[in-house]
Design a protein around this ligand. Structure first.
Ligand SMILES: *Cc1c(COP(=O)(O)O)cnc(C)c1O
Length: 421
């Protein structure tokens, strides 16, 4: 058998290209050019008599999730901030957040002046569980942020049960359109938040949204993201501003640009077709992995009727690569395939991205006592997850069946050569 590409051998995948992400065409270009030519690039600009694109997108995104309300924002990070502010979380409060995820949920908690308390995760799925959340609860817990990680969904029923009266914010930045018992994720918590960053399955470069069924939270969220302004209760005459100054709660500017909204209006109708496509290729990949033995997908609870694949995760048995370090295994598979395969990021309790002491406002919260409450526990689940999963970006799954076969071949080749790593 040929040598590893990592050591100069021939690659499993020599020349054929992988599917491209993001996907766009002339229809996308037309939407963006139309927004450009309208001269209305922001919600804060006199109306031309048509509904602003950001509002049209928010209505479409609410409809897609079958929820009454959506507020668009400029980033997923802002969506988290607006959600926490809508719930009136602030100094003295604690918010439980997963340790295994992007840093944004933790930063959002610090930005509202509250203490993020990091919860361990399930060693196989990387998501928080009812048990790991229960272990972090205190009298100060005022909200719980749940992240549906990668291509799976956290145990929503169990988590809502342990949450009781404490509001849950679902961070769905990696789970657009995933379904739990017939309903989209993001509709189970008090609020659901999304990111439309370049890499997400619904992308506009930068962007985000908050969804909710609660009219009071919706009214607050509107003002929180638009300098205390909201949509009026009457139609907006041409030439006037679409937002009215209300000031029930003081906001800041986290508005989505009209140019980003134009991209999203083009991208959203493509989402379900892309979900189906990824699912088909993932199915082929999973049949191939099953034949290898010792490999499989990151499991999805049986309540999930539809996965949303953001980062596909290959779960492997601890001895599958003969104990070789996960980073080395990932590097070897990457070399065979020509796209990035990587182990999960370090958990936030052990990440350079979580350095609250570098900012005066955050340092105040990150006192000795704060740190003890935030990270003063063991995180064995996160550590095991890091050593049992290999991830790659969903764009790869928008190709064809030969792609799935190549991925399986690369995993098999690196497994067979693992003693050389
Ligand atoms: C991407 C991501 C975010 C942040 O979104 P931005 O739009 O980049 O601010 C938040 N949470 C999770 C889980 C993410 O993956």
């Amino acid at each position: 058998m040929s040598r590893l590409a990592l050591h100069g051998g021939p690659r499993v995948r020599a020349d054929k290209r992988w599917a491209r992400w993001p996907q766009y065409d002339t229809a996308t270009e037309q939407e963006v050019v139309a927004a450009l030519r309208s001269g209305r690039w922001a919600i804060s600009w006199p109306s031309d008599g048509t509904t602003a694109r950001e509002r049209r997108f928010a209505e479409d995104w609410a409809r897609y999730n079958d929820v009454p309300h959506c507020v668009s924002v400029d980033h997923g990070s802002s969506a988290l901030l607006v959600a926490l502010e809508a719930l009136d979380i602030g100094p003295g409060d604690e918010v439980i957040v997963p340790t295994m995820t992007w840093v944004a949920p933790v930063t959002a908690v610090l930005r509202v002046g509250a203490l993020p308390v990091l919860a361990d995760v399930d060693p196989v799925t990387g998501c928080v569980t009812p048990e790991t959340i229960a272990a972090c609860r205190s009298g100060r817990t005022k909200a719980i942020i749940v992240v549906h990680l990668g291509a799976t969904v956290a145990d929503l029923d169990g988590i809502l049960a342990v949450a009781g009266d404490v509001p849950v914010v679902e961070d769905c930045a990696q789970a657009h359109g995933a379904r739990w018992r017939g309903r989209n994720v993001g509709t189970y918590g008090a609020l659901g938040v999304f990111s439309f960053q370049n890499g997400k399955v619904l992308a506009a470069g930068e962007g985000g949204a908050v969804i909710t069924s609660d009219p009071v939270l919706y009214r607050r969220a509107q003002q929180l993201r638009a300098d205390s302004r909201r949509y009026p209760d009457h139609p907006v005459p041409e030439g006037t501003m679409e937002l009215v100054e209300d000031g029930e709660v003081m906001g800041a500017n986290y508005c989505m640009s009209e140019l980003s909204a134009a991209v999203l209006l083009d991208q959203l109708p493509r989402l379900d077709t892309q979900h189906l496509h990824r699912e088909k290729i993932a199915g082929e990949l999973e049949r191939g992995l099953a034949e290898l033995g010792g490999f499989g997908p990151i499991p999805v609870p049986e309540e999930v009727d539809r996965r949303s694949i953001y980062e596909y995760g290959i779960s492997y048995a601890e001895d599958a690569f003969g104990g070789a370090p996960a980073e080395k295994v990932a590097e070897a598979i990457t070399a065979e395939l020509g796209f990035a395969v990587y182990p999960p990021d370090p958990p936030l309790n052990d990440s350079v991205m979580l350095r609250p002491f570098t900012k005066r406002r955050f340092a105040q919260i990150w006192s000795e006592e704060g740190q003890r409450r935030a990270i003063g526990r063991e995180f064995p689940g996160a550590e095991r997850f890091r050593r049992s999963a290999l991830l790659f970006h969903h764009g790869v799954l928008l190709g064809d069946s030969a792609d799935a076969a190549d991925i399986v071949a690369a995993v098999a080749k690196v497994r067979d050569h693992a003693h050389e790593l």
